[in-house]
Design a protein around this ligand. Structure first.
Ligand code: NAD
Length: 457
């Protein structure tokens, strides 16, 4: 599971060799630890003329305790030519209403291109093109994606770049979810998320009493929690304050019990594909807590073979675990109103579901289905104020990926902007953010946790 090449490169001797030979240079990523500040340095907040978000975002960043750099000091020093480093650049591009206005992006980012700290952040705020007043504005706003995705590929040193679309119909929930999103994206929680477009709409969002425990009081079900991403997820959710129900198959009972004991979670042994699984789960939840605030469908399997060599069992099992069982469970929990208003459903897709993958027709079909489920269920549950989102992990260092042959594994690891695989905790942090009560105005999103992988880009 360990990435020996990255450890070597991050050592003194490795650094010199890698530079000389022009080899991939995976940086050490800044990851979140409780109690740490959101960012290790100041934020430079810039704005295109007429931006509608500069004022509320300035307020949010200041309230979050972030130091805002005075733009007047973020200019090149006349003697050294150096611009002082910022830990993050946040740019309100909502004022750009036609293509000629895009020049403002160049004017802001060009002098800052070499002045962002390692593991720094670039966030551009825009208006969803569908909400733009006319075609010129919609065109210019869509153009922002090209900028952020290229910055993600160009800046290096663990710096990530995202575009955040904020609805024009902003209400109190929008600001709360925008704060949650900025806290997530600026912090080390989003270490392996880059090149994403995230939409913040309206909805039901509640700010936590303590942002260090954003899931306080929430009952969260995690499937596939005995190991890998699910185990990391159970730990992160518990750390963030949730009451965790950790579910896995009876055969994984020992591993599941050890995860559950470690974090004070309840272990639920259940095969999700069993005919009575939805009823048993619904009865368990009703009896135990009377509700479940967040359901994370993380359990998943692969049964790889090229389509011509694949027997029907491999096809059936993968579709059933990764997609159909989740539909059956959602349907029953929703029918029995066990997911209350303010609830969350989070699916786990994969970049294979976006790009397709040789030898994984069954898996990619199921994971593209998870995206379809988000697309169709999110609007259907808007009235009930339940959000539906998914994450799509790329190459994550788990037992699953450790089994891939070395050459293919190395390619998977390096073919992304961060030149390394992600860790289970990176996926877990992203799911936790989507689950926070503060994130209620985020629904219908599929957020890739892939270090901006080239697959499906
Ligand atoms: P994993 O195999 O380590 O863990 C999956 C867990 O799900 C296991 O504990 C397993 O027992 C459980 N599970 C399987 N079938 C079940 C069933 N019928 N009922 C209950 N539990 C069941 O896998 P992982 O790497 O941690 O992956 C977690 C999720 O992330 C999966 O949905 C996977 O497809 C997805 N994913 C992983 C990667 C990666 O690189 N590891 C990449 C993209 C997507």
């Amino acid at each position: 599971m360990s990435d020996r090449y990255a450890s070597f490169v991050q050592s003194g001797a490795g650094r010199a060799l890698v530079k000389r030979l022009g080899l991939p240079d995976p940086p050490r990523l800044r990851r979140y630890a409780p109690g740490e500040p959101i960012l290790p340095g100041p934020v430079l907040l810039g704005s295109a003329s007429g931006g509608r978000l500069t004022e509320p975002v300035g307020r949010i960043l200041a309230a979050a305790g972030l130091a805002l750099r005075d733009p007047a000091t973020a200019v090149p020093d006349p003697t050294t030519g150096r611009t002082p480093d910022s830990a993050a650049l946040v740019y309100d591009a909502t004022g750009i209403t036609d293509s000629t206005g895009l020049r403002q992006l160049y004017d802001f980012f060009h002098p800052q291109a070499r002045a962002v700290q390692p593991s720094g952040r670039v966030i551009v705020l825009g208006t969803p093109p569908a909400e733009c007043a006319g075609t010129r504005e919609a065109t210019a706003q869509r153009a922002l994606e090209g900028l952020t995705r290229s910055i993600g590929k160009e800046f290096g040193r663990g710096i990530t770049a995202q575009l955040v679309h904020v609805t024009r119909e902003a209400d109190e929930s929008t600001w709360t979810s925008l704060e949650a999103t900025l806290r997530f994206l600026l912090s080390g929680r989003s270490a392996y998320v880059s090149g994403q477009v995230i939409r913040v709409g309206a909805g039901q969002a509640t700010a936590p009493v303590d942002w260090e425990r954003p899931l306080d009081g929430q009952v969260v079900l995690v499937t596939g929690a005995a190991r890998g991403i699910g185990a990391a997820l159970a730990r992160v959710l518990a750390r963030d304050g949730a009451t965790v129900l950790a579910l896995d198959v009876p055969a994984a009972g020992d591993e599941l019990a050890s995860v559950a004991n470690e974090i004070g979670a309840s272990a639920v042994q259940l095969d999700l594909t069993a005919a009575d699984a939805p009823t048993r789960l619904a009865e368990y939840l009703a009896g135990r807590h009377g509700r479940v605030d967040v359901v994370v469908h993380n359990a998943g399997i692969t049964r790889d073979k090229t389509l011509g060599r694949m027997d029907a069992d491999r096809w059936n099992q993968v579709i059933d675990v990764n997609l159909s069982s989740q539909e059956r469970i959602n349907d029953l929990l929703l029918e029995r109103e066990l997911i209350p208003a303010g609830g969350r459903i989070v699916g786990v897709s994969s970049i294979a579901g976006i790009a397709g993958n040789r030898g994984q027709t069954n898996y990619a079909t199921s994971k593209a289905g998870v995206i379809g489920l988000v697309d169709s269920l999110a609007p259907a549950l808007r009235e009930r104020r339940i959000s539906v989102n998914a994450v799509a992990p790329g190459f994550i260092e788990t037992r699953l990926t450790a089994r891939i042959p070395l050459v293919v594994r190395e390619a998977g690891r390096r073919m992304n902007s961060l030149a390394q695989g992600g860790l289970p905790v990176d996926v877990a942090e992203t799911i936790s953010w989507l689950a926070w009560p503060a994130s209620g105005a985020i629904s219908g999103n599929v957020v890739r946790v892939c270090g901006q992988s080239l697959l499906g880009a």
